[in-house]
Design a protein around this ligand. Sequence first.
Ligand SMILES: Cc1cc2nc3c(=O)[nH]c(=O)nc-3n(C[C@H](O)[C@H](O)[C@H](O)COP(=O)(O)O)c2cc1C
Length: 189
Amino acid sequence: MDFFEVVKSRRSVRMYRPDAVPRELLDKMFEAASCAPSAMNEQPWRYYVATGESRRRLGEIMVQGTHYLEEYMAVIGHDLDDQLLHWYTELGGAPVVIAATMPRVDDEFMRLNKHLSVGASIQNLLLAARDLGLGACNLTFSYWVSDEIAKLLGVPEDRVIIALISVGYPADGPVAVAEREHDIACYLD
Ligand SMILES: Cc1cc2nc3c(=O)[nH]c(=O)nc-3n(C[C@H](O)[C@H](O)[C@H](O)COP(=O)(O)O)c2cc1C
């Protein structure tokens, strides 16, 4: 697919088919993720991939995490409805859930660098997923249960999970198209 077609057609997919995702495709996504720019070329990203039993157990933790949904909805200014509850308990039936991690740091500037670097890497991952015919969605709602998920996935103490990414083949049916503001640059002479 042409680069701009990939970029423009990527969507956050929240409903998946149960079909397993071949390991080669996940490897390609991580290859793309590893090519992202990073502050001081630190490459602070490490990904933990839950499939099978670990994916099932991660789902159980997400269900516990729904206790925090009202708090999360207040933060993002949304009302909680059945569709959202279903998404956060099932993660759209995604067969793969990836935890994106970075080193734990206290310094605010260093943390900013790492967040931006891992964000760039996640975007490469999402675009690669799109190009490979997969769907994916980046989510930070996991914030409230990230310690439990880290324990499940064996993430070491010196790293933190900053996002989850659900991955799978998109289910048939419409995918929400988010509105875009295109006038985002201010040119100065
Ligand atoms: C940092 C970040 C956090 C996000 N967290 C969530 C989340 O917790 N739950 C969710 O459903 N989507 C989440 N998303 C996906 C956004 O809702 C989505 O990207 C946005 O609505 C635009 O839609 P699109 O990705 O289909 O273009 C997140 C995206 C980003 C970049």
